[in-house]
Design a protein around this ligand. Structure first.
Ligand SMILES: [Fe+2]
Ligand SMILES: [Fe+2]
Length: 316
């Protein structure tokens, strides 16, 4: 079975009007981003695991396949199942590619945020997780995954993710109790553990032959993730970026309210608005037009998760 189709051209956030951006971020958002939007030549570097020579060569070998699509590429693309069905094989591959790279990046952020000799042991553990998930991404990217072997891949991935989720909880607790003094919030450890656990639940479901999405679970999970992102962004912006901080806080409130509301229409509108917000923010951070301590890789990370959220919503 062939795996990857020709990557689609990145599209400039479809279905989102400026008005929706306003609704998501508050009335100040357009004014705050006016400088970024006036720039027509945004340069976004390629790179990352997906663009590595090895991965590119592998993608070339399997390029006729049409199971997994790459959408909304900025620094990296978002992997989604090709088509509109609920094929557990396509979902397994798309989610493995998407989430193993996300897991690798979590470790990359932990490494960045665990400085000094004092945190050398924890940093080394994070480095090992980073290598593990980069390797698993490459394995999924280069293997011929089909009906006969996707369950094996899923089980192998689950066994890698479980100890990672446990480690994140352990680190989160250590941070909360002052046993380690990293620059990773307890909340960030817990957030990334939540993503790891949802990933394993979905893989187990695929292995059982089902890929359908549950509306209430999908909206609740992603609304919580989007709420957290908005809180993180508000805390990582330069204190002088007052309008953007206020917009981020407002966005967090909107997603908090979305939890427990299973309206697909409402979730889709808010989801598309947050994709637009994060896309603009990623460009602004890349180009030095927004002052923050948000690494461009983190900006793109939360953008890709928002794109994945919208993709799942559209399939409900
Ligand atoms: Fe994440
Ligand atoms: Fe996240």
């Amino acid at each position: 079975m062939k795996i990857l189709g020709t990557p689609r051209e990145p599209s400039p956030v479809p279905d989102v009007t400026r008005r929706r951006v306003l609704t998501a971020g508050g009335i100040t958002l357009i004014a705050a981003f006016a400088g970024c939007r006036s720039s027509t030549a945004v340069s976004v570097p390629g790179g990352g695991v997906a663009a590595s020579p090895r991965a590119a060569a592998a993608a070339g070998r399997v390029s006729q396949a049409a199971r997994v699509a790459e959408i909304e590429k900025m620094r990296k693309p978002v992997f989604v199942p090709e088509g509109v069905g609920f094929d557990p094989v396509a979902f397994s591959l798309a989610d493995t590619l998407f989430w193993t790279d996300i897991m690798m990046e979590h470790a990359q952020f932990f490494v960045m945020l665990m400085p000094g000799d004092e945190l050398a042991p924890q940093r080394a553990e994070a480095e090992r997780f980073k290598a593990t998930f980069a390797q698993q991404f490459d394995r999924a990217r280069t293997a011929q995954i089909d009906q006969s072997n996707y369950v094996t891949l899923n089980r192998q991935t689950v066994e890698l993710v479980k100890p990672y989720a446990e480690w994140k909880h352990r680190m989160g607790e250590a941070q909360a109790k002052g046993k380690i003094r990293s620059l990773v919030w307890h909340d960030f450890f817990e957030h990334t553990a939540l993503e790891a656990e949802r990933f394993t639940r979905r893989l187990d479901q695929f292995s059982g032959g089902r890929a359908e999405l549950d509306r209430a679970e999908t909206i609740d999970f992603w609304a919580k993730i989007m709420e957290d992102h908005s809180e993180f962004i508000a805390h990582l912006l330069d204190p002088q970026e007052k309008t953007l901080i206020a917009a981020s806080r407002k966005s967090a409130d909107l997603f908090a309210k979305l939890r427990g509301d299973d309206s697909k229409v409402k979730a889709l509108a808010e989801g598309q608005a947050i994709v637009a917000f994060k896309t603009t923010a990623t460009k602004g951070i890349e180009e030095g037009k927004i002052k923050s301590i948000i690494h461009p890789a983190l900006a793109d990370h939360v953008r890709r998760e928002a794109v994945k959220f919208v993709d799942e919503l559209k399939r409900l």
